[in-house]
Write a protein that binds this ligand. Sequence first.
Ligand SMILES: *[C@@H]1O[C@H](CO)[C@@H](O)[C@H](O)[C@H]1NC(C)=O
Ligand SMILES: *[C@@H]1O[C@H](CO)[C@@H](O)[C@H](O)[C@H]1NC(C)=O
Length: 389
Amino acid sequence: MRGLVVLVALACVATAQHQALIDYLERRLLAIEDRITLWQEQTTRYASELRELKQQMVLQLESLDKEKETLRTNLDSVGTRVDRVERELDYLETHNGAQPCVDVDDKLIEQQVTLVTKKQNSKYFKLTDCSDMMSSIKAMKILKRVGGSKGTWTKDTSGASGKVFIFNGTAEDTINEFADVKDFTRSQGLSLSTNLKLPSAWRGTGHVVYNNHVYYVTQAEEIMVVKYDMGNSSVTDSTVFPVQDHVPVYGLNPDTVMDLAVDEEGLWAIYATRQNERHISLAKMDSGSLDIEQMWDTNCPRENAEVGFVICGTLYVVYNTKQPGRSQVQCVFDVNDLVTSEEAPLVYFPKRYGSHSSLKYNPQEQLLYAWDDGYQILYKLTMKQKLEI
Ligand SMILES: *[C@@H]1O[C@H](CO)[C@@H](O)[C@H](O)[C@H]1NC(C)=O
Ligand SMILES: *[C@@H]1O[C@H](CO)[C@@H](O)[C@H](O)[C@H]1NC(C)=O
């Protein structure tokens, strides 16, 4: 019996110990469960934070991409603006008298040079004894920026007046006339000019002003040269240019269907036809009657030609590249065969510009009136004698 009591007592103790162990274990388990819950919570939080981070990264990468794009476009526009600023600087420079000069290359003029005498076999006889050829560009002056990217500006090339004429655009009918160059430069835009409305729209940039008349090119079905008298505001004469299948004369200036030029000897037409479409053709016109006196097929290619002009019966063709670089005289054609492209000096135009939409020679002043992307520029030329080889 005593043994039983002891046993029961022992059992009781054992049960109590057991219970304590179980309680302890339960507490531990609860604690562990708490920790696990905590970990789970933390893991979920980390996971969601990671997801958020990833999303943020993706967003930032996208915006970085966008910024890269804007940066690229900005760089592009900065490039163009640098070009602009360069020109504005040139403009200011020339206004402050510090003119960028180009070296004069007169090496070729030496003692044994004999002056040119007119070749007797030439069909075309000059009215003047002009024997000059272009030697180099001595100076450049940017006068103004007015009008669109393409156009023509010129003085009356006969010297009949000092008036300056602005032909803005390639298909307009209204000229702006200034009393003189001074008025043109000091004018706010075109404010000091008077408008002169032609009876029809011009085509391209091939016009000239000569002896108080505007000579301009129009194109309806055919190419016409119109002579307009500014004295009494009437068309004096017009003629269909007598060749078929015209093509634009300069490869890089498709707007200019035909170019007119004035030199010491009068009026010239620079043109091209499908029959001889790789090269530029030249014609001497009578400025009074608009008759064609003689025509030549030159060896000057149309490809990459930008513009041309005539001095003393010699055609100078200026070339450039599609992405405008430095303009350069690369081909010369002399109607009297006294100058060939090999003998002619390689003349570069100063600096890097846009492209010339027109270059008009003024024989009175030996200046080229250039329109370069809306800038009106004067190039002063140096001349030398054509050589008798
Ligand atoms: C010049 O012509 C262009 C289009 O060729 C035009 O946008 C511009 O307004 C004109 N400028 C002036 C001053 O007439
Ligand atoms: C304009 O003047 C020119 C000569 O100065 C003359 O030949 C022409 O007939 C005149 N035209 C008109 C419409 O008066």
